[in-house]
Design a protein. Sequence first.
Lengths: 166, 452, 971
Amino acid sequence: MPYSHKLHAGNLGIDCRYCHTGVEQSAQAGVPAAEICMNCHARVRSQSPLLAKVRESYQSGRPVPWVRIHRLPDYVHFNHQAHVLAGVSCAACHGRVDQMAEVRQVAPLSMAWCLDCHRDPAPYLRPPELVTRLDWQPERDPREIGSELMAARGIRPPLQCSGCHR
Amino acid sequence: MATVFSSPESALVLGRPSLAEVTRTVAGIVERRTPRAWWVAFALTGSLTLVLLAMLGYLVSTGIGVWGNNSPVGWAFDITNFVFWIGIGHAGTLISAILYLFRQRWRTSINRFAEAMTLFAVACAAIFPMFHVGRPWRAYWLFPAPNAWLGLWPNFRSPLIWDVFAVSTYGTVSLLFWYVGLIPDLATLRDRAQSRARQVIYGVLSLGWRGSARHWNHYEMAYLLLAGLSTPLVLSVHSIVSFDFAVSLLPGWHTTIFPPYFVAGAIFSGFAMVVTLMVVARQAFGLQHLVTMKHLENMNKVMLATGLIVGYAYGVEFFIAWYSGNPYERFAFVNRALGPYGWAYWIMVAANVLAPQCFWFRRVRTSLPAMFLISILVNLGMWFERFVIIVSSLHRDFLPSAWGMFRPTWVDLLTLAGSFGLFLTLFLLFVRFLPLISMSEVKGMMAAREGV
Amino acid sequence: MNGRRYWRSLGQRQDSPEFRQWLEREFPQLASEWTGSRRTLLRLMAASFGLAGLTACRRPAERILPAGRGIEGYVPGRPLYYATIMTLSGLATGLLVETHEGRPTKIEGNPEHPSSRGAATAFAQAAILGLYDPDRSRSVLRQGRRSSWEELAGFLPSHFRAAGRGEGLWVVSSAIGSPTLARLKALLLEKYPRARWIEYEPLGREQEWEGSRLAFGRALQPQLRLDQAEVILSLDADFLGLDCLAPAWIQDFARRRRISSPGGGMNRLYVVETAYSLTGAMADHRRRARPSEIPALAQELARALGLAGELPVLQPGPPRTWAEAVARDLRRHPGRCLVLAGPRQPAAVHALVHWINHALGNVGRTVHYTEPPVQTQAEGLRDLAAEAASGGLRTLVILGGNPVYDAPADLDFSTVMRKAPVSIHLGPEADETAALASWHVPEAHFLESWGDGRALDGTASIQQPLIEPLFGGKTAGELAAWIAGHPRQRAYDLVRDYWTARWPKGDAERLWQRSLHDGVIPETAFPAVRPVLDEPRLRALLAAPLPAGEELEVTFLPSASTYDGRFANNGWLQEAPEPITKLTWDNAALISPATARRLGLEAGDLAALERAGRRIVMPVWIQPGHADGAVSLTLGYGRLRCGRVGRGIGHNAYPLRLGGPSPHPAGLRLSKLGRKYPLAVTQEHHSMEGRPLVREATLDEFRRNPDFTAREGPKVERFSLFREHAYTQGHQWGMAVDLNACIGCNACLLACQAENNIPIVGKEQVRRGREMHWIRLDRYYAGGEDDPQVVWQPVACQQCEMAPCETVCPVAATNHSPEGLNDMTYNRCIGTRYCANNCPYKVRRFNFLDYHKGLEEIHKMAYNPDVTVRMRGVMEKCTYCVQRIEEKRIQAKAEGRRPLRDGEILTACQQTCPAEAIVFGDLNDPESRVSRLKRDPRNYSLLGELNTRPRTSYLAKLRNPNPELEGLESS
């Protein structure tokens, strides 16, 4: 079923964490239960045929089968909590989702790509409270900001295999 | 220094054939109608090759579990066969390159033959490292190819990586060497060819050889260079193969004597294989006057010498094990000779050390049946040498709690048999379609002697 | 323990509709709970959502299936922990169960529970696999044919309405530790006063209660304080092994073995036994004796202690000298020693032991007495058989258990079943008993049903479910309530009613929640009683003549894998090597080398054993240290009606096991059949070949030269060709294993298997030497083959700093982490096996075949989502549970980037070890427990001379022999 991040996150400016509740507490960001959609859509567009599936799911408790876009192989253990709390923006991996009507994978999610950041995270870091501000533009050299954050918070991304492969 | 024509037993060419006769005899083999015997042999070896393919298919589809390998015996027939075939592959280059540099003219009528054998042996050997891995479809990770997705390189500290380089280099150079040597003869075949097809094929293969003085000049130069190139390889390949074991810390593997010991063993087994095949080939194709008793005798002498080196190595291993005072080392060797795999050890000693001693006697050295039998024994013995080194060292190492036994499965046995099938099939194709004796060199040698 | 944070949500949701709905949705639509990306599980879920076949693809077109409604306080992707109990033979041990997205994945001991104190036994660890056993019975059977709950609901009330006052109604249940079930039993017997209810356990402890009746006039449960005992004598009691009633015993015992400085002391253990047991392996003095000799020894001991009988019982000779020496040692420690007798010993011996402890002033110090938490009446079955024979038996209800398989052979229980017009069997699988029952009712697993139980000391706990019954299934309580026509019939109501009724009104809710959370119900332990000894009767006992011994005596042992047969379908347990023999997937008749020589038998020979007109065939295994002239038969094998795993595995010894008032070893005939039987052992060589692997000394030697470990081992020269790493930054993980504490039980092995998704390979593969266990319990014999000592050495990856495996891997699939871990990267491994060849410890395990292939989907629910499931062709090995390290590290960061605390990260083996023999921690923290142990003079590295610099090291073993007994063992 169609869902536009552009509309919700972009135009309406809903924070990522409103729906992806687990992102700060768990390895998994989590896909929202129909319940969360209904928080608004109980009133907004409550009768729209587009939302039939959601309402149905909310009633029956049967899930809406969303399509998975960002996939990692079995043997890679990625942890959202760790990255978000370290100040890696959602945009770093998922791109400007707030500009995508339909989400697509922008980063290769390859090991070499992961390692680029793990080897030199400074340019990719920002104050953790800003991670969901996808449009945030650093006013100084991002590397400076990153280096300060790393120094202040002792951020040392793992480079050993077991950092991701267990 | 043997003479070209003289007393039959010491001659390198018998019966004073004319140059044309040499051509006729050798090229004739390729041009003659395919004899029925060849078809029979080909059917036999061909089906063995199919068995090999079937076994490898089963292996890849099911897993290494179809072999008898286990913990602690992680390597068994697979690496044994690999080392065995690589060893066989040594005679060719040795004969072609080293004897060439030393101007040993008796090499001329056997070098082509031996080089071909080398190539086929290396081909058989290459199968095993590829297929002994748990996930063959990932075996390409063994090659240092830049990888943008993973950004990973192989581990250059690992002897297995050194193997990859050593073997592939050896294979490439041997192939070039062999092919360059073939060019003049290919041209001869081209010129004698009756059918269009043959003209085209041999034509393309002979790279427009016209036999002009400049051609010969370049050819000799190139051949000399390649000989120079491959000479160190003869020594390096098996030294590096031996590092697979020498660099580990396993008692029975962790030994500095391995490189020379392995090279000697390799030459030993290589020559044995040449003799085995040559004895048959020269009868089959009536080459007695080109491949003379002199050649065979010389090779038997080399076998005797290398056999002695190998025997010495066996002895030294035990001495050092005792002398080192290392309890694990001592146990490993006592267990090798008297442990559950003792039988394999004694087969090895009997075939590799005792059997060749018969070559002290000229009558044995020059008797076809005798040398045929002994050369086969030596090949058997050399296979068991690798089996003993690998399995008997692995099955009982440091912690008795982890000791175990290896029992081959039918897949192990058929895979080994199949590798012989492949080897012989390639060989039959070779003797059928290419001159198995270097005509140009034989003639050159005769000419040099006659001053024609 | 995260449990704290979560219990409320469960507690409050108890009855709420969404909670029910949540539970009901648990399976098969499990994924509806689960919104994250644990891929192995997702495949399973995807399949159960009709996207079948995708399991095969490496990259299925995945769907994310979020819940229709969220569950309050529940974060997808984070494990929850709940406290519950596991009951074995009526005794409860407390557990803490980890669940992922609503599926239990791992069991730990509950630290708050007096009986487990954080440890979990091998059986508890393997219970997870039992829960997901696809062969559990899934539906009600009538006359062995598929029936339905409705049909049963139709039948039961009408049938029992006609039952009148219960004439001819017999109930056979397992031992009842559950207060709720005990109450229901009482209610049922009120309703049907003529009915009889028998509690039966094949491994019941009737002799113990009978013994206490003889001594005190009433059945009592001795409560041991092993931590208070300096000297312990065990008469055939495997109190560290399968006769252990509470893991806490092992902890107490091991604490008195642990010795930090040469100044410290340790206890001394004497063991008299027939077969070699874990307890025997720990003994400082072990005396092997035929079953008939043990009572004699006990009497001799009583005499030597001056209790009664002036004349010696034994002829002059080693046994008598031994008994007298032990007696002197005991007398030297009044009130600080302890004598125990095992369940295989006759009541008289138990009575004697009570007397001895009394005389030595141990009562109230190292042992005190309470009400028994359970009592069984095996002899009651004899009355049942009689009633059946007389035709009086109308209805037979079997609430759990498998009597057709395991009842005393002379009762011939199958005929009893056939004689019963109506027989109702409640059981987890369609077993031998179910086959003969007119009704079979699936029993719910303890992880999926409500209940309660008592620990050995009486402490009660609630058994709370982690998941809705996967195949339906009822509990014994529910069925009993149904039969008794009780108004409330849901297990939850029954349990909750029982307890809240006992609590003050206002407090009930709070206490209930607290009991659920803590896993124990406060103030429920039994008070100690001070019984009076009936000395005259005991004197009479001593006077009574002892039955004469025979040439070949027989004793029956529980199985370390199947217990009494109930775990036969559990692949983890079947493949776990029997600790002493290292046998897997089989049992065998154990005999001593001398007896084998006498009878011309070799290991693996098939032999026919005959007794009381019954004959079984079994392979023989030669057990060094076994008593001569005796055969030990392991029970629990040869199940014929059982799941696919256990069916026909091993040989059934029950047909030779007779009932009767007291166990008697007589009347066995053994004859060789001249055929061989293939047995799969995981260790084929048993001597250390004089290598300094397990380093051992006596306490005195240790006191004289504390650095004996260093002297025993060769000099280590630290030299390396490679650039050396300085492991000085951050955490540096290491482990120390105290060989003096390790008792060789398989708990760590199974904990590791459960934590790390280690596959089962099967008997054939074990025979080929391909078992996959990451931790190996090496067992070596020291001394002559007739009477050797046993030493243990748990060996997992040693995490060498100079790891030989790392340099040889051609694709760099195994590397060193900055924290000193030897990382194994499965997805990079191509499987050359070079690393395994070059590993001197041989701890690397290779997936020779695809051992996870062909598993039922439900089987995969047991997988730990934090650990990759390895495919065929890759190497694997112990990782120090790196997934646990990373989890805690991230947690610490999330909690304000606080430093990790020592003991916060526990490896699976460490967490479950009842002896606390394994300690893991940070070597860079000089105050961590592991660092302190590494400074212990007994600390040494295995094969340290190879300069591999293992991060795991061992603390040498000590024994504390009695100087008086020098040279008496060998006799």
